[in-house]
Design a protein around this ligand. Structure first.
Ligand code: CP
Length: 330
């Protein structure tokens, strides 16, 4: 196998966990994207498997529903020859009062090397990293961060446009409740993109210009300047009260339609993290149209998650029964 240079040999990647993109440098983000490009080639082979993580155990701990992230982490680990195990919160002993930390410690005691964690509470992966010795990957913590989603978004942009630096990227819709928006902002601005946050005033947090973003409330005004628009889902499940009059009104002003696509550049790239709500955030014609890279994002997500698992594996130490010190390192 043509394996990327091992992280142990890398001067760029020295982290044990991937908790978010806020703390990563541009060089670290690029190291992940470059490693993902190497792994993308593996997915084109007839035998889509390499031995890089043979003998390692990757646990998926998902406390929120997921289609793309859970399955692609699982598949990524399998393609690296790791053993994988899904943890089902609803059928676990959490219902008998076992704490989240005790649950994680028990899973670690089974020899887990990497815990992939999705949880509705922001900061949960950071908390876990303080209590277990294995590597933690944040697969989405509340409205805080979703680092691998933003990395796959960047990989898709870089593949389509050949660069990130100098592009104008619109993040459209429910910015307030979006962990994807936060991770995208951190990564895109570090890599030199201009980010425009666009949505109804009630769904765009005040003061986010401090992150180096432009804020706009009229989509049609900013669309002509965008090279990329990332269409975010309205997260009704995280909204405590009605933040806009109706879905119909939202769609009138912010749904990506063919007419709006024509307002943009001819090579406008449309992304959406999924799940998508056809007829709310974008029309079916746009979702399936030539400007859409939605399914490319899913494909690239596999390569990104292989890269992250691989890079972190260089920081995994022996398990508790053979000397893991249990100390948390970031
Ligand atoms: N984009 C994303 O995180 O999708 P899932 O919720 O299906 O994992």
């Amino acid at each position: 196998m043509t394996t990327p240079a091992h992280p142990a040999d890398s001067t760029v990647w020295t982290r044990k966990h991937l908790l978010g993109l806020e703390d990563l440098s541009a060089e670290e983000i690029i190291a992940i994207l470059d490693t993902a490009e190497s792994f993308a080639e593996v997915s084109t082979r007839s035998r889509k498997k390499v031995p890089a993580l043979q003998g390692r155990i990757v646990f998926n701990l998902f406390f929120e529903n997921s289609t793309r992230t859970r399955t692609s982490f699982s598949l990524a680990a399998k393609r690296l020859s790791a053993d994988t195990q899904d943890f089902s919160a609803s059928t676990s002993s959490l219902s008998k009062g076992e704490s989240f930390i005790d649950t994680a410690r028990n899973i670690e005691a089974m020899g887990a090397d990497v815990l992939v964690v999705r949880h509705p509470t922001p900061g949960t992966p950071h908390l876990l990293a303080q209590h277990v010795g294995c590597s933690i990957i944040n697969a989405g913590d509340g409205a805080h961060e979703h680092p691998t989603q933003a990395l796959l978004d960047l990989m898709t942009i870089r593949r389509a446009k050949g660069r990130i630096d100098g592009l104008t990227v619109g993040l459209l819709g429910d910015i307030s409740h979006s962990r994807v928006a936060r991770s995208n902002i951190h990564a895109l601005t570090k890599l030199g993109a201009q980010v425009i946050l666009c949505g109804p005033p009630t769904l765009v947090p005040r003061g986010w210009e401090r992150f180096g973003c432009e804020v706009a409330y009229q989509l049609d005004d900013v669309l002509p300047r965008c090279d990329v628009v990332n269409v975010l889902r309205i997260q009704f499940e995280r909204q405590q009260l009605g933040l806009f009059p109706s879905v119909a009104e939202y769609s009138q002003f912010y749904m990506m339609t063919q007419e709006r696509v024509r307002l943009g550049k001819s090579d406008l790239l449309l992304l959406a993290p999924g799940p998508i709500n056809r007829g709310v955030e974008l029309t079916p014609e746009v979702a399936d149209g030539v400007n859409s890279a939605i399914l490319d994002q899913v494909t690239n997500g596999l390569a990104v998650r292989m890269a992250v698992l691989y890079l972190l594996s260089g920081r995994v130490e022996p398990g508790p029964r053979d000397g893991r010190d249990g100390r948390a390192r970031q």
